[in-house]
Design a protein around this ligand. Structure first.
Ligand code: PLP
Length: 415
């Protein structure tokens, strides 16, 4: 390792954290796995795997329905998980925490339910150039259906939102601003509290896509002041197929159901149906009980760490990566936001990102290459995609060295 490595490396025991993640102890293509695709999905600690396993071994039953012991136990664990998630984001109430399949479903729920009820012809919806498709397409469809207009906040050369332009776009016809808390493609951490204040000043609501922020920063929905916040368990050490939509109670109360069927009803008759109270009004059908329990276990795992030190470690990894990239040369970093998640998006001049990704995989280094579900951003930047190395708490400086040793070979092969 080079002397350039920052001092913070000794303050966070990533090696000990690594021991909590069984999947990392394996070879890929004959090399020790270097997993740098954490923005796509993180790996799972034993605490989460065990919580899901234990649920199925000891208390699997359907929730809220049967009058038997197992169902009582499952319901208790499921609702305790909701309270854990409510505390995690400082929700004023557990009823404001809706279980969904993930960020995408959370955003679709708001678009279909709140959107159709509150956005009409001539209204405006604002998204940003940085958004993931999950925070673009539902609003595009809604705008088409309702005769509304979709406006886009551009970015600066460093990959940050241009808030001056946002200010000029905001007027009384804007009903919603949908913004990512952090960009999955460039890492940019957006000033959500400021954006909320600007949007609320014209009476617009704000939905925050928290998929890339929740794994790294503490989320406080009250401090942010937003109206909706969606995030996925699988990017923050939890299972796939589960996530949370948080919404303000008065908005959720007034919203029509999203999906219908069991659990979300109060009473059904052929003369009409009445709906259950929050949060169940939005939870039709048997929920992902094991997923919710696993997500709560992931939150508890995160809370068992020194989160400030974990974040510092991730930032130090990014800093070290930038130094190594400068030393290697021929690497163009895409975006350089001042405040960012530990995401390094780059291209090698003259090489297609997909080729770089494949050659890195052959050397045991897992990165993502492509448009990262942010095609409008790639179009804006006039590039087909990027190679993205995204770091998590269990990554080490040695792994950054392995990434650059592999990139050196890639350079030799492609340039
Ligand atoms: N928003 C952002 C910023 C993301 O990075 C992702 C996933 O990559 C999503 C939304 C969609 O998340 P999910 O697929 O878990 O619904």
């Amino acid at each position: 390792m080079s002397a350039a490595q920052p001092a913070q490396r000794l303050e966070f025991d990533a090696a000990a954290v690594r021991g909590d993640f069984p999947i990392l102890q394996q070879a890929v293509n004959g090399r020790q796995l270097v997993y740098l695709d954490n923005a796509a999905t993180s790996q799972k600690p034993s605490a989460v795997i065990d919580a899901v396993d234990d649920y199925y071994r000891s208390c699997n039953a359907n929730v809220h329905r049967a009058a038997h012991a197992l169902s009582g136990r499952a319901t208790e664990a499921f609702e305790a998980a909701r309270r854990t998630l409510a505390d995690f984001i400082n929700s004023p109430a557990a009823e404001e925490v809706i279980w969904v399949r993930g960020t995408t479903e959370g955003i679709n729920l708001v678009a279909a339910s709140w959107g159709r009820a509150n956005i009409g012809s001539g209204d405006k919806i604002i998204v940003t150039q940085l958004e993931h498709h999950a925070n673009i397409v539902p609003w595009q469809l809604l705008a088409q259906q309702q005769g509304a207009e979709l406006l886009v906040v551009p970015i600066t050369a460093s990959g940050e939102l241009d808030l001056q332009v946002l200010q000029t776009l905001l007027d009384k016809r804007v009903k919603l601003v949908a913004v990512g808390h952090a960009s999955n493609a460039l890492g940019t951490l957006n000033p959500v509290a400021d954006i909320v204040a600007m949007a609320h000043a014209v009476g617009a609501k704000v939905l925050v896509d928290g998929a890339q922020a929740a794994p790294h920063w503490p989320v406080d929905v009250q401090a942010l002041g937003c109206d909706f916040y969606a995030f996925s368990a699988h990017k923050m050490f939890g299972p796939t197929g589960i996530g949370v939509l948080w919404g303000r109670r008065e908005l959720l109360d007034a919203m029509p159901p999203y999906q219908s069927g069991g659990e979300m009803i109060e009473r059904v008759s052929f003369s009409g149906t009445t709906f259950n109270a929050l949060p169940y009004k939005f939870e039709a059908g048997t929920p992902n009980i094991a997923g919710a329990i696993g997500m709560a276990a992931a939150v508890k795992y995160l809370q068992s760490l020194d989160r400030a030190a974990a974040l510092e470690h991730e930032s130090a990894l990014l800093e070290y990566t930038l130094q190594q990239a400068a030393a290697l040369g021929a690497i163009e970093r895409i975006g350089a936001p001042a405040q960012a998640a530990s995401i390094f998006s780059f291209n090698i001049a003259g090489a297609h990102p997909a080729d770089v990704g494949t050659l890195l995989d052959q050397q045991g280094v897992a990165v993502r290459a492509g448009h990262h579900c942010a095609q409008p951003l790639m179009e804006y930047l006039h590039i087909p995609g990027t190679v993205r190395a995204s770091f998590s708490i269990y990554n080490t400086f040695e792994e950054v060295d392995l990434l650059f040793a592999a990139l050196e070979k890639v350079k030799g092969l492609l340039l």
